[in-house]
Design a protein around this ligand. Sequence first.
Ligand code: PLP
Length: 382
Amino acid sequence: MIDNKTIAKFKDLPTPFYYYDLDVLRSTLDTLKKESEYSGYKVHYAVKANPNARILKIISSYGFGADCVSYNEIAASLEAGFDPSGIVFAGVGKTDKDIIAALNADIFCFNCESIPEMEVIDQLAAKLNKTASIALRINPYIDAHTHKYITTGIEASKFGINTWELEDVIKKLSLLKNIKLIGIHFHVGSQITRMSVFQSLCSRINELQEWFTSRAINLTSINVGGGLGIDYENPDKNPRFEEYFSLLNEFINLLPGQKLHLEPGRSIVGQCGSLISRVLFIKNGSNTTFAIIDAGMTDLIRPALYQAHHKIENLTSDGRMYRYDVVGPICESSDTFAKYIELPETKRGDLVAIRSAGAYGEAMASRYNLRDLPRAVFSDEL
Ligand SMILES: *Cc1c(COP(=O)(O)O)cnc(C)c1O
């Protein structure tokens, strides 16, 4: 909820901007810390969801690790105080520069996605006189039942190693002297709301564990990736960490000496952020009324890219309810935040909040149309 005191302070600020409610972020982190400590699981925050420096600092202060996908994310994580021994590095296309930065930082583990990648990490590690710890990202062949662009663990995905390749991977590994296999890694997709998807993943992991055990390969790290969804219809609702953790507890069979790792992104930062925008014009179309706002797909691309739905609230009107299409100013029709939604009578100058925008919002902003990047405003600065 964005309270009236906060709304009053928004009135003097130039829009659009991301508003981060740090009480929401901290309470989410408190729950996550409690649940992960109780289970003995290691959390690595997926930095790509929101790499804002202040947010990173707050998350690192809880002692969590980081899940990075570029050398810049590694640098930002170290800068924010994350310990290198808690950094995992993912990506289907790591560049030499990425790999060298990760080796130099002495990160915890590379999540590897192919034999050619393993070979390059081995060569670069040899040059630097290091041994790289790696986990194999295995394609679990599980449908995440989410948008196709964020489904990552089905057979057609570019991600992960296919199980039919595992035999070759193991053979190859025995020849690579500067990498050490410590675990297996999975990531089924993002914005997963069906808990049964995670249950299927647990079963898949248990099967694969048997495969490794039967070959006397000892793994210490089991990484289930991220993907826990949030409730976009109810922005004030917390992610279902408790349910998620108890499901993992119940269905994953960890072997002695194994630690379970997770990489949540969206579930940590999604609900603490809102995109705040001003209404520029109300315009009548032939079948609809457009509320044209000063935020566009350059500030928040999720509706245009994933047909994502964000709850929109008019913060400054409590008039009669009418139907609006809420659209941005960018020169293309995908620049639409919501169609035919009910809002109290909306006028030029009203402030609207596009809720649940803390994850993959500011992080994906662009300067298309040479627009300014959205600013960030934190609740404790108002
Ligand atoms: C994007 C990503 C995550 C985070 O996903 P969320 O849905 O934001 O939790 C974790 N791990 C990997 C490998 C990813 O690509």
